[in-house]
Design a protein. Structure first.
Length: 299
């Protein structure tokens, strides 16, 4: 098969591992910077063009779209869908999961456990917004933030009010969520391929850090999921329409709650913690599904 990895960074671990895993299984794999693709949008012969040459012979693409480039990145993925190329994640599913508010609303509609979450536009509604999530301490998130950036823990109502006012003064969209103290600065990353959790790890934040992101000094270890946690992760990814996903869960007093559904989950942390060939499992999923015409995604 001919597989393209849509990535801006050919040298990062996740991209390298996917390329290596694909080649190890006998496929021709190339890394394509999707920001340098341009498109010919026609009714009968849509094409994607890279470095002056049409990409006409691909069997599958693996989107690794950066959060800040979601609009253009998903447009490129959608173009491949129009061309009949199998995509590991559909453009619409990536867009859904990247919009944190939309993601939360879709999960809530289907009864998935979530932290109590509030959203408002006007700073005049701050007191009511804080009350909605049960008061301080609470977590304030920029809708456009990733990897723990734009996430603030406000321990008092005064601090929460100041942060919300500052973010709104920048005309930023924010979510306000209850702080799950019992999680102890730890979360669980469930890595899904197809409709199964194929690996899971517990990420523990560094001392004094409530965010568990590994690049912020957190640590990770393999963990066994409860049946409820596994079911929650599978349902969350399915609701988003993602076939390759990282679902982040907190263990709360009222069961597992989903914090985020990630459409381009990193491979380094999960492979190191679990000693599993996650990249190989993604390639195996593509091998199994890329030839099924009925399984190709709609734009």
């Amino acid at each position: 098969m001919k597989i393209a990895i849509l990535s801006q960074e050919p040298s990062i671990y996740s991209t390298q591992r996917l390329k290596e895993a694909g080649e190890k299984r006998g496929h021709e794999v190339r890394v394509i910077n999707y920001l340098r693709c341009y498109m010919n949008i026609t009714s009968h012969r849509p094409t994607a063009i890279y470095q002056g040459k049409p990409l006409v012979d691909l069997d599958a693409v693996i989107p690794r779209i950066g959060a800040s480039k979601t609009f253009y990145g998903t447009a490129v993925v959608r173009q491949f869908e129009m061309m009949g190329v199998f995509t590991a994640n559909a453009s619409q599913a990536i867009s859904r999961s990247r919009d944190k508010l939309r993601c939360m609303q879709l999960l809530a509609r289907e009864g998935i456990g979530l932290p109590v979450t509030g959203f408002a536009h006007s700073t005049k509604d701050i007191d009511g917004l804080i009350e909605v999530v049960g008061g301080a301490p609470l977590v304030i998130k920029l809708l456009e933030g990733t990897q723990g950036i734009g996430v603030v823990l406000a321990e008092t109502k005064q601090a929460a009010t100041s942060v919300i006012e500052a973010f709104r003064g920048l005309d930023a969209n924010i979510l306000v969520q209850e702080y799950i103290a019992e999680a102890g600065g730890a979360d669980i990353r469930c890595f899904l391929v197809g409709d199964k959790v194929i690996a899971s790890m517990k990420r523990q934040g560094a001392p004094g850090e409530f965010r568990s992101n590994l690049h912020r000094g957190g640590s990770a270890q393999k963990i066994k999921l409860t049946p409820e946690e596994r079911s929650t992760a599978v349902r969350a990814a399915k609701i988003m329409g993602l076939k390759v996903a990282g679902v982040d869960i907190l263990r709360s007093n009222h069961g597992p709650v989903v914090m985020e559904v990630n459409s381009s989950p990193g491979l380094e942390g999960i492979e190191a913690a679990t000693n599993l060939d996650v990249a190989g499992k993604i390639i195996a999923y593509i091998e199994k599904n890329a030839s099924k015409g009925s399984d190709r995604h709609d734009g």
